[in-house]
Design a protein around this ligand. Structure first.
Ligand code: HEC
Length: 252
């Protein structure tokens, strides 16, 4: 039999045995996730039977790109853990389903600022514009950087289509063909399916920016429009009021 001492004094053996132990542990943890039904919850709206979680609209998706470009994830997580204190502060813990169309997901590991997984609807658009442009004008003790260029910069839409096609390749159900569009109508309903149609992406983006007027300036579509539209949808897709309090426990 091995003596513990002989393993610890032989670094080659220690490395090999460590790798074996970690691999077994890893496989035991990871492999079942690919087989257990409900690892990613199937969340359907109880009144309509349609999927609650939908892919981002073109405007929201571009806002998300800006979120990544500016490195907001360095200070903000987007995952509420199933602990009482988090639940009280941020709301219902995050479901896996809520980030199933996120590539890459923004769960994060650093909270210099608060979690943003359910920030949608918490503040008005005006508040976000003011806060992003000059955080200390609304929260005097804030250490968040100013992002004054967002409102002044027109949103680049030149590669919108390519970006959506890239996301489609990794499994986000944006549609190109009529067959794909019809499948989306079944899954998400017609009004959502329209926003997921790559062929109408630019029109959809303009329409949402104009209707939402997120940055308060209807004359142009700015990066601020896109970012605020993204922040305002975070955590709003699943209406938790429609589910029993313990409905989601079955998936844990
Ligand atoms: C250096 C760290 C840092 C970075 C980078 C940062 N933030 Fe913040 N953020 C904070 C801090 C700290 C707060 C809390 C104080 C405040 O509200 O300003 C905050 C607050 C917020 C809030 C309000 C949250 C709430 O629930 O009250 C939003 C929304 C927000 N940030 C969005 C962003 C976005 C979008 C970006 C990227 C463009 C970003 N932040 C980048 C640190 C940061």
């Amino acid at each position: 039999m091995f003596k513990h001492e002989s393993i610890e004094t032989n670094s080659g053996m220690l490395i090999v045995l460590t790798l074996v132990a970690i691999s077994i542990g890893g496989l035991v943890e990871i492999v079942p996730l690919h087989y257990i039904n409900g690892t990613v919850e199937d969340v359907k709206d109880p009144t309509t039977g349609l999927d609650s979680v939908r892919p981002y609209t073109p405007l929201e998706q571009r806002g998300r790109d800006i979120y990544l470009r500016e490195g907001c994830y360095l200070c903000h997580s987007q995952m509420i853990r199933p602990f009482r204190d988090e639940d009280l502060r941020y709301g219902h813990y995050s479901l896996a389903a809520e980030s199933k169309y996120d590539h890459p997901f923004q769960w994060g590991s650093k909270r210099t600022g608060p979690d943003l997984a359910r920030v949608g609807g918490k503040y008005s658009n005006e508040w976000h514009v003011q806060h992003l442009t000059a955080p200390r004008s609304v929260v005097p003790e804030s250490i968040m950087p100013n992002y004054p260029w967002l409102k002044a910069t027109d949103l680049d839409m030149s590669d919108l289509r390519d970006r959506m096609i890239a996301l489609k390749r990794v499994g986000v159900p944006y549609s190109l063909t009529t067959v794909e569009y019809d499948a989306n109508v079944k899954k998400f309903g017609e009004s959502v399916a329209k926003t997921l149609d790559i062929n109408r992406a630019e029109d959809n983006l303009m329409a949402q920016a104009q209707a939402g007027n997120y940055d308060g300036n209807p004359a142009n579509v700015s990066e601020m429009d896109a970012l605020v539209s993204y922040l305002q949808v975070l955590g709003t897709m699943v209406d938790f009021k429609k589910f029993d309090e313990d409905y989601f426990i079955q998936f844990r």
